[in-house]
Structures are given as C-alpha cells and as structure tokens.
Design a protein around this ligand. Structure first.
Ligand SMILES: [Zn+2]
Length: 390
C-alpha cells in the first residue's frame, strides 16, 4: 500500500530544498542545485509510488546529506526510519533536531512529538509518557500529545487516566470522545464484575450510560450483572433491548440471554424472541439457538425439519455442521461414518476462516474484540455475514 501520508509529508521537501539552495548560491549555481535536488527528489518519490521504500530511503538520505540544515528534510527522514522500523535511527534524527540551536518553538515541539512516537514504537512507554505530558502544556501540541497519551494508557490498561485524558481532549478540540470514554468505563465495569465488586461495576455502567445513552457494551454487562444477582427478568429485558438496538452484538449476548430464559423456564418468551430476531436479522447463531430450543420442546425430527428448511433459504457452514450432528443418531452405522467426515469438513471450514472483521482497517479475527487489535478503534469489529460466517 502506498503511504499517502508520507508522500504529503515529503512533498514540501523538494520545494524547501530548492528555496534553500537558491538562497545560498548564485542564480546559476542555485539553478543547477535545484535541478539536481529536484531530480533526486522525484526519483525518491517514484520509488515510494512503486512501493520500494528501501530505495526511496537511500535517495532521501542523499537529499538530507546535501541539505543538512533544512528541518523539514530531517523530519521526513526521521519519519521514514520509524515507518521502516529503524527506531534507533529515527530517535537519533529527532534527538539531533531537538538539540539544534535556533530551532523555532513550533519545530521543537514537533520534534518532541516525533521523538515520543519513536519511544512508543520502541516500547519505551514511560519515556513517551513523560514527553507527551510535558507537551500537553504547550497549547498547539496538546491535541496530538493527548491522543498519544490516551493510546499509551489504553495499552497499559490504565482506564482511569485514559478517561481523564479523553475528557481533556474533548475540551481542547471540541470533538466528542463519548464513545471511547464509554468503552473505558465498560472496561472498568468488566474488571469489577469479574472480581465480584458488583456495586462498583454498576457505578461504572452508570457513567458509561451518562456519556453514551445507548452503549451496547454497557447494556450487555448490565444483563450479566443482573444474572449474577439473580434478577433474571431484568437481565432478559436488558439483553433483548441491546439485541434489538444492535443486531451485530447478538452472537455475544445469546449465552447469558439463554441462561436467563432457562432460569425462569420462560421458553415461550425465548422462542418468540428468537423467531422474531431470526426474521429481522437472520444469522446462524440465532438459528442454532432456536433449533436447540425446538429440539428440546418438540424433538429431534422437528428440529431437523426446521433447520433443513432454514438452510435451504440461507446456506451456512455452521448450520450444515449442526444439521449433520442432529441427523447422526437417526442414521445407520455406514451412513454415520460418511456424515462424520462431512461434519469434520464443516468444522475445518469454520475454523479456517475469520468470523469477525474490523470495518475500519479490515483486520480479520476469530473472536469478538471491543477494540480492534490492529487499528485500535473501538466498536468496529463486527461479525462477518454469509455462508462461511454468521
Ligand atoms: Zn481495525
């Protein structure tokens, strides 16, 4: 993939190089130099466009050698090193920039920001945090420094600090951080729920709902807390509401929801809800839950009929596997061996394909993540629909 961000960063380099050369020498000399630098620069650009970053970096290194005093060239070079994973070299470039005499405040702040990013990339989070904290005080750098700090606190799972800085970012930029802050409260609620601190978990959920009234994750945790406290009717209400609000979350909430129905033995409501959901938002998780319910209430034959009809309308590998499983007991031994091979094939097909994908960066995952492991966005990982997925 071509790095457009990098191209944009490098575009001013040719112009600045030309201007600088022009300022230093005679018109003729400058003309030659501009021409030489421009040719070199465009060769480098060409390598980048052809996705040959190694050759590009050699070319830009040459420009930087000719043009040691131009700050933009050094920034471009440091950036290239970091993107190529040569963090040590990036750190050296940025440290040299910071130590330079006569650097404007703006350039110095920018170099500190870049150095902080180098430290993050190198895993030196403590050093990065110190740098960014200092930069937050400098107003024009505050938003970028705050974004980096929030990233660090997420990585360290320090949700309290993440909340504090996300709120600050909202104050500084005016852009809403609500969805992110709600997720941080949910992380704290989950921690408290798992540790059995129910009251604390409920407080965090309250905060999550305050910033994002329809927070799906908070609704799901609320349902789980209700079950933990034996409030099964409340759990059913909460989880059904979440499912209606965001059908993509249904595969995650079916387990606690079915548990709540079971404890109340409210099979009538369970069946009505699953049938309604299947009609509105067809998916294999709901289909299989309803099939199991039909098997339990009406027997295996009714379940096989129901599942066969549904699979004709909407093929699914997981559904096929479940149908084979249901049919096994009814078949003679020689057919069972064939069916077992088929079921194994279905299992392998399901196991080999990602079941979730991030709508932002395209990252594929086997299980659900609230935060995309690749692009770090919250709430972007959704189930993949279709025969091989949900
Ligand atoms: Zn992503």
């Amino acid at each position: 993939m071509i790095e457009y961000g990098l191209l944009v960063l490098l575009l001013p380099v040719a112009a600045v190089s030309g201007w600088y050369a022009g300022r230093r020498g005679s018109a003729r000399h400058a003309g030659q130099k501009v021409s030489r630098l421009s040719t070199t620069y465009f060769r480098g650009l060409n390598y980048l466009l052809n996705e040959q970053p190694d050759k590009a970096i050699e070319v830009f290194l040459k420009i930087a050698e000719v043009d040691k005093r131009t700050v933009e060239t050094q920034f471009a070079l440091g950036n290239l090193f970091r993107r190529r994973g040569e963090v040590d070299r990036a750190i050296r470039v940025h440290q040299n920039l910071i130590a330079r005499q006569g650097l404007t405040d703006e350039h110095k702040s920018q170099a500190l920001l870049e150095l902080g990013e180098d430290y993050m990339r190198a895993g030196l989070l403590d050093r990065a945090e110190t740098l960014f904290c200092d930069l937050v005080a400098v107003s024009h750098c505050a938003p970028d420094a705050l974004r980096h700090l929030i990233a660090i606190y997420q990585q360290e799972r320090d949700w309290h600090k993440a909340i504090e800085h996300a709120s600050r970012l909202e104050e500084v930029t005016g852009e809403s951080s609500a969805r992110m802050v709600a997720q941080f409260h949910c992380e704290l609620a989950e921690q408290a729920r798992i540790a059995g601190r129910i009251e604390e978990a409920r407080d965090q959920l309250k905060s999550a709902f305050e910033v994002e009234a329809n927070c799906v994750r908070a609704g799901l945790i609320e349902g789980k807390l209700d079950i933990l406290e034996g409030q099964d009717a409340a759990a059913i209400r909460s989880l059904e509401r979440v499912a209606r609000h965001d059908p993509d979350i249904i595969p995650e909430l079916l387990k606690p929801l079915m548990q709540a129905y079971e404890r109340r033995e409210d099979w009538h409501r369970a069946r009505a809800f699953l049938a309604e959901t299947l009609e509105r938002h067809p998916g294999v998780s709901v289909l299989l839950a309803l099939t199991r319910l039909i098997e339990r209430e009406d027997g295996a034959d009714a379940a096989i009929d129901f599942l066969t009809n549904q699979l004709r309308r909407r093929p699914s590998v997981r559904g096929q596997g479940a149908l084979i499983e249901l049919s096994l007991a009814k078949r003679p031994q020689e057919e069972r061996d064939v069916l077992l091979v088929l079921r194994q094939l279905c299992d392998q097909l399901v196991a080999g394909a990602p079941a979730y994908r991030c709508g932002h960066c395209g990252f594929g995952a086997r299980s659900h993540h609230w935060q995309c492991p690749s692009c770090k966005n919250w709430g972007t990982v959704k189930p993949i629909h279709g025969a091989a997925g949900e």
